[in-house]
Design a protein around this ligand. Structure first.
Ligand SMILES: Nc1ncnc2c1ncn2[C@@H]1O[C@H](COP(=O)(O)O)[C@@H](OP(=O)(O)O)[C@H]1O
Ligand SMILES: C[C@]12CC[C@@H]3c4ccc(OS(=O)(=O)O)cc4CC[C@H]3[C@@H]1CCC2=O
Length: 296
């Protein structure tokens, strides 16, 4: 017999090209697939909860030559539209982007094979940010509790089971990361690790500035680092999503900008769950040369 909680779990999601996704996004998928990129678009790609917002604010500041005032003019999801995001009364990423003047910065969580062809045809610059799977699983567990139209994720071990098998929005973390790692030698793609950002943010900011074709002056780097500190972004209404109504993102449960550390998984995985996860990880990632750090 079908477990009723599992049925509910899938009720809010649908599949697009075999990948689980929020139902409203799938309804308008043609608009995403046929999206027309422009050559000077900058695309930020992540698996959800891998440091998208942090990297987005950094990239926005780079493009505005470190002018913090420009960041404070609007909330991040208006300055950097979310391509596939669609919610009748709240957001329409494609519409926002079509109405936006160039140069545009946008974010998406799509795996490599689902990124609209136009971005490749126009040779757009793409930044892929990734984070170790265990911390991503933890962060997504809290995210599920925060997004009102997402189902109850159940207990943490139950959620990890779904996560391991890709039965979560955007599918398998493993396939996502591998699909983008295959593009690592593409000169239009820059690969950045959240753990490297945590360890030495200046070094990663310089990499980003150079990739975006600008000069990494000390002053610019310092301005960016200060403005995007965890505590700054957590307290900033333009980056912390507190302007979104509670009916959509309920931050009473947990804040959107939550802990911002590497290794929080140790507070959530039991020894047994960790061993099970490691076995699964090895099976999925054994051919992938990308190595993550789960502590720094
Ligand atoms: N300035 C910053 N420095 C470090 N981590 C940050 C950050 N801003 C956001 N984060 C963390 O990035 C994760 C969210 O990623 P995304 O923006 O892709 O949704 C959250 O992780 P945690 O839930 O582990 O705290 C959040 O706390
Ligand atoms: C549209 C949505 C509310 C916004 C949810 C959302 C917000 C921010 C995200 O970016 S990040 O991964 O944290 O950088 C991702 C999402 C994905 C789900 C979005 C929600 C679906 C239902 C709803 O109301």
């Amino acid at each position: 017999m079908m477990d009723p909680s599992k049925y509910d779990y899938r009720e809010n999601f649908d599949k697009v090209h075999g990948i689980l996704m929020y139902k409203d996004f799938v309804k308008y998928w043609d608009d995403v697939e046929t999206f027309q990129a422009r050559p000077d678009d900058i695309v930020i790609v992540t698996y959800p909860r891998s440091g998208t917002t942090w990297a987005s604010e950094i990239i926005y500041l780079i493009c505005k030559d470190g002018d913090v005032e420009k960041c404070n003019e609007d909330v991040i999801f208006n300055r950097i539209p979310f391509l596939e995001c669609r919610k009748e009364t709240f957001l329409n990423g494609v519409k926002q982007l079509n109405e936006m003047a160039s140069p545009r910065i946008l974010k998406t969580h799509l795996p490599r094979e689902l990124l609209p062809a136009s971005f490749w045809e126009k040779n757009c610059k793409i930044v892929y940010i990734c984070r170790n799977a265990k911390d991503v699983a933890v962060s997504n567990y809290y995210f599920f509790q925060m997004i009102n139209s997402y189902p109850d994720p159940g207990s943490f071990p139950e959620f990890v089971e779904e996560f391991m098998h890709g039965e979560v929005p955007y599918g398998s973390w493993f396939k996502h990361v591998i699909s983008w790692w295959e593009e690592r030698n593409n000169p239009h793609v820059l690969f950045i690790l959240y753990e490297d950002m945590k360890e030495d943010i200046r070094k990663e900011v310089v990499k980003l500035i150079r990739f975006l074709g600008r000069k990494p002056s000390e002053e610019l780097v310092e301005k960016i680092v200060q403005h995007t500190l965890f505590q700054e972004m957590k307290n900033n209404p333009c980056t912390n999503y507190t302007t979104v109504p509670d009916e959509i993102i309920n931050q009473k449960v947990t804040p959107f900008i939550r802990k911002g550390i590497t290794g929080d998984w140790k507070n959530h995985f039991t020894v047994a769950l960790n061993e099970r996860f490691d076995v699964h990880y090895e099976q999925q990632m054994n051919k992938c040369t990308l190595k993550f750090r789960t502590e720094i």
